[in-house]
Write a protein that binds this ligand. Structure first.
Ligand code: UD1
Length: 428
């Protein structure tokens, strides 16, 4: 079991942080590297999920090396099977299905793992593979897909799923013929994946619909810098806002996180884009928005909902928060209430946050998913108490792998770069 002890100090979160490459862009791009002769990725984050992705690539016969950049190159035939433990390790293992099919004409995998945010089926991914010509069979808990050659198709997504859009793009790129994706996700990570693939020779046009002229062949060499992580940037903005800090976020892009940045502005903070990043200056007293609901990009991101809830809990006024993407993304709420927040459930997906306009209590709390642990609980406790009586532990068995890599990396980044240290972390 891994846990953090956080000594919240009186000072605000201020100074400068460097935003890392986005996990949610790196993972599909690593999967898509299987369609290329070689790939060289700048700003590829070191996380448990990217390590799992590298292991999947190795199974498929690719060599992965990391120095200044992350390099991927095919060196052997590999195996057309995604190992069970790697499927279970992360949701994004499903993104490898289309590239495996293209490379091997066959893939065997089992249901993906990932943060527990509700049912999270993969039916849309499988429908896409079937639509592009794969034959799908189920055997106990494993899924097999076979296709001699994927064919271009018109794909209408029932919901603009991020992962399913990525699967459709990867299936379409090396397929024979034209693919049109209707109702695709529009997240910046989708555009990052398309720029990566286009650099390697794909022919993808992104608009309201995505149009792909399939090459019926593998792509060439790709060199790409992963986009900055907009959720990491948003989490730092939240941390600065919680504590009334002044922070510069190097590499962050306002447009990527506009719905959250605009809310911070409405609440009373000054947030702007500079030439090299984003800047926030937040007074201690901020006023909550009446209502916020999550929705696909360009609307409010579900990945920022826990951080917004934590922020609203310690600022002024009531705020109704509705989660429309994941049915059970509420693990942070009982933890915040345990620390003295006043958040009441209004309906299965709606929570009314009564802003306390004061700091939360020091408590032992647990975090059961990445955004809950890396964002909310941390954000909710940042600088909220002073002195050595404020030790608290965030722990849970499930969080361990995030703590050991993702969150520890994130926190180390923060501690290294914040010029005025507003808090201390102990990773145990
Ligand atoms: C991606 C992000 C995740 C973010 C989410 C929504 C990555 C690695 N992860 O996850 O951080 O929270 O987008 O912005 O990029 N769905 C189905 N069937 C499917 C696929 C999805 O029913 O086959 C449902 C999901 O259960 C969920 C909704 O669609 O309710 C959105 O999921 P999706 O956009 O696919 O999220 P992910 O790609 O898993």
């Amino acid at each position: 079991m891994g846990y953090f002890v956080i000594d919240g100090l009186k000072m605000p979160v201020s100074g400068e942080v460097v935003i890392s490459g986005a996990k949610n862009a790196a993972l599909p791009i690593m999967a898509a590297s299987m369609l290329c002769r070689s790939a060289e990725l700048g700003r590829c984050p070191v996380l448990s999920d990217t390590e799992a992705a590298a292991k999947i690539l190795k199974t498929a016969g690719f060599e992965c090396t990391r120095d200044k950049s992350f390099k991927i190159r095919r060196i052997s035939d590999g195996k057309a099977e995604i190992p069970r433990e790697l499927c279970g390790a992360m949701r994004s293992s499903v993104l490898f299905a289309a590239p495996f099919l293209c490379r091997f004409g066959y893939v065997r995998m089992c249901a993906p793992g990932g943060c527990r945010l509700g049912a999270r089926p993969i039916d849309i991914h499988l429908d896409i593979l079937a639509k592009t010509g794969a034959e799908i069979t189920y055997d106990n808990d494993s899924i097999t897909a076979k296709a001699d050659c994927l064919k271009g198709a018109e794909i209408v997504l029932p919901f603009p799923s991020v992962g399913a859009t990525e699967t459709a793009i990867m299936a379409g790129v090396c397929a024979d013929g034209r693919t049109i994706i209707k109702n695709p996700a529009q997240e910046p990570e989708i555009h990052d994946l398309c720029s990566f693939l286009n650099f390697a020779g794909a022919d993808i046009h992104c608009g309201k619909e995505i149009e792909i002229n399939g090459k019926n062949a593998f792509l060439g060499n790709a060199v790409h810098t992963i986009m900055p992580d907009r959720i990491e940037a948003g989490t730092y903005l939240a941390a600065a806002a919680v504590t009334g800090g002044e922070l510069f976020l190097k590499n962050a892009v306002y447009e990527h996180i506009r719905p959250f940045a605009d809310i911070l502005t409405q609440m009373g903070a000054a947030v702007c884009q500079t030439e090299t990043g984003m800047y926030i200056d937040a007074p201690e007293r901020l006023y909550n928005p009446d209502f916020v609901e999550t929705a696909p990009y360009p609307l409010f991101p579900t990945d920022m909902q826990p951080q917004l809830t934590a922020l609203a809990a310690v600022k002024c006024g009531d705020c109704l928060i509705k989660e429309n993407i994941f049915e059970t993304r509420f693990a942070h709420i009982p933890q915040l209430n345990k620390m003295g927040a006043d958040i009441e459930q209004k309906s299965p997906r709606e929570f009314l946050v009564h802003g306390m306009n004061r700091r939360l209590e020091s408590k032992t709390i647990s975090a059961s998913d990445l955004r809950c642990g890396g964002g909310t609980d941390t954000c909710g406790t940042f600088g909220q108490r002073r002195g050595s009586d404020t030790k608290r532990r965030l722990y849970s068995a499930r969080l361990r792998r995030y703590l050991s890599k993702d969150v520890a990396y994130w926190c180390k980044n923060a501690v290294l770069h914040l010029t005025r240290r507003a808090f201390k972390f102990y990773y145990i």
